[in-house]
Each structure stands twice: as C-alpha cells, then as structure tokens.
Ligand binder design. Structure first.
Ligand code: IPD
Length: 271
C-alpha cells in the first residue's frame, strides 16, 4: 500500500468534510439522540461519516471501518488485522450542536491493529493535527511536542464528564475531581476527547483521562500524542487498548503512572 498517496487522499477528504462542519455549525440542525437524551447526533454527523467512508471505499474497496454513526446504526464493532479506518465524523457533537467551536473530525488508519495515520481536524478554528507512524506529529504542518512535564503537582489536566449519566460513573468522575483539585495546577473540560488528546500533544495540557470513551474518539489522538513524545496507557497503569473504552495520555511516563495510581477506576462495558 502506498501510504504517501493514501495520506494525501484522506487529507483531501477530511478537508472536504471539514467544510461541511464549518458551514453548518451555526445553522439550525435536526438533533436526534442515541444511548440517552444527552447523547446527541445530528444529520451532519451521519452525512460527514458517509462522505468519508464512500470516499475511502472508492479507492480502497476492501478496507474495513469502525465509524461512530455506522456502529450506532447497528453495525458490528470488530478490529481485525485488516486495514481499518476508525472514524468519528464529529467529535464534540454537543459542542457542534451548541455552536461551540471546539469540535473536530477524527480519522485513524490501523493495519495489523497498529495505527499508521492519525488526523484530527477542527475546521472552525483551523487546527489540523496529523501524525504518521514514526514521522512525528504536526499542527498545520509545523512539528509539535508534549510539555515533558513529570510532576502531577505542576500539571494542567483535562477531564471530561462524557454523556453517560450512570450514577456510579458520575460519582467516580466527581470523586476524581475532588481527589485531583488539591494535587494539580488546574482541571479543564473542553468536550472533545480527540482535541483533548491533541492539546496534550501540543504541550498545552499535561494529561487527559476518560472512562467510557470509544475507539473512534481516541484512535487518531493516540498516535498524535505518542508521535509528539507523549504516552497513552490504560488508566490503571497497564498497556493502552484502543477498544477498551479507557484512556490516560500524558506528557511523560512518570506523570501517567503517578496519575494512574491515585484516580478511582471505572470499567465500562466494552462495545
Ligand atoms: C464525546 C466527546 C466528549 C467525551 C465523550 C465522547 P462525541 O464524543 O469526545 O468529550 O467526553 O465521552 O463520547 O459523542 O461528541 O463524538
């Protein structure tokens, strides 16, 4: 497979998809719900995903897909060794619905379960984060690097509330916020997992963790943060598994491990 060609093709498609998001973010949208009444989806999530999948299939008819909206529509989730595109057409759908310009497209290509290409694109703020395995991470073509911070007590952390209102999970989120407030410089919550990870890659935040996240929210970001010199692990300290619905990424192994030891863990049901 010609990765250079494939990378250019997918970038073109992502830019095309981005122009739809840019055009629609401040317009009226028909809103549907998925797992609960705050798990939102718009017609544009579905249309952007279709544009990306159709565009990829026209060049690579045997490639597989794990796409947020196709899965919501009942397709099976299966990560095999085959070339697989993991796609979130709009990550930060809630922000998109409200017109908050912190929303993005997230696309990753995995082959043999290894991520080769990761792209996270916020078309509203014109932030294009890209990475290819072994070639570094970039924002709008310029190299980016994590902060290298090692000490939790000097760190700025990103945490998310997510869309589940399962009382046990909400309680763990609140307890973790309580545990962390006295131990860190600050906590922030932006509403897009893919962009949170890119903020760690950029060095603007030092760590991010979330339970209950999906592969499409984190697959591209995982490659971007690792190529920027950071780490992704399981929040309990073990190896990262993109299908586990759990992630902790940080600017250094030291920080990731320190954080993993003090947070209360939550194990969501797998997809
Ligand atoms: C959501 C966002 C949010 C995170 C949720 C995700 P979506 O993705 O990434 O920040 O907290 O867990 O589900 O639904 O907007 O694609």
């Amino acid at each position: 497979m010609d990765f250079d060609k494939c990378y250019i093709e997918i970038l073109q498609l992502v830019k095309q998809a981005g122009s739809i998001i840019n055009e629609k973010i401040h317009q009226y949208k028909d809103i549907l719900t998925k797992s609960c009444d705050i798990d939102l989806v718009t017609e544009w999530d579905q249309k952007v995903e279709k544009l990306l999948i159709d565009g990829i299939l026209s060049k690579y008819p045997d490639h597989k897909f794990i796409g947020e909206e196709s899965i919501a529509a009942g397709e099976k989730i299966e990560l095999t060794n085959a070339p697989t595109w993991i796609i979130d057409p709009i990550d930060g759908t809630m922000n998109f619905v409200h017109g908050l310009p912190h929303t993005c497209i997230s696309v990753a290509l995995l082959i043999n379960k290894t991520t080769e290409i990761g792209i996270v694109y916020n078309p509203i703020l014109n932030q294009l984060f890209t990475a290819r395995k072994g070639q570094g991470a970039f924002l709008n073509g310029a190299p980016i690097h994590v902060s290298n911070r090692k000490e939790l007590n000097k760190s700025l952390l990103l945490v998310e509330i997510g869309t589940s209102r399962d009382p046990e999970k909400v309680e763990i989120i609140l307890q973790n916020v309580k545990i962390l407030i006295p131990r860190v410089h600050g906590l922030r919550s932006f509403g897009s997992a893919a962009l949170d990870i890119c903020m760690v890659a950029l060095g603007g935040a030092d760590a991010y963790f979330e339970f209950g996240i999906h592969a499409w929210d984190i697959a591209a970001g995982d490659l971007i943060v690792r190529e920027a010199g950071g780490v992704s692990i399981d929040p309990a300290g073990g190896p990262f598994d993109v299908m586990s619905r759990r992630i902790l990424c940080a600017s250094s192994t030291e920080l990731a491990q320190e954080l993993s030891k003090i947070i209360i863990q939550f194990y969501p049901e797998r997809d």
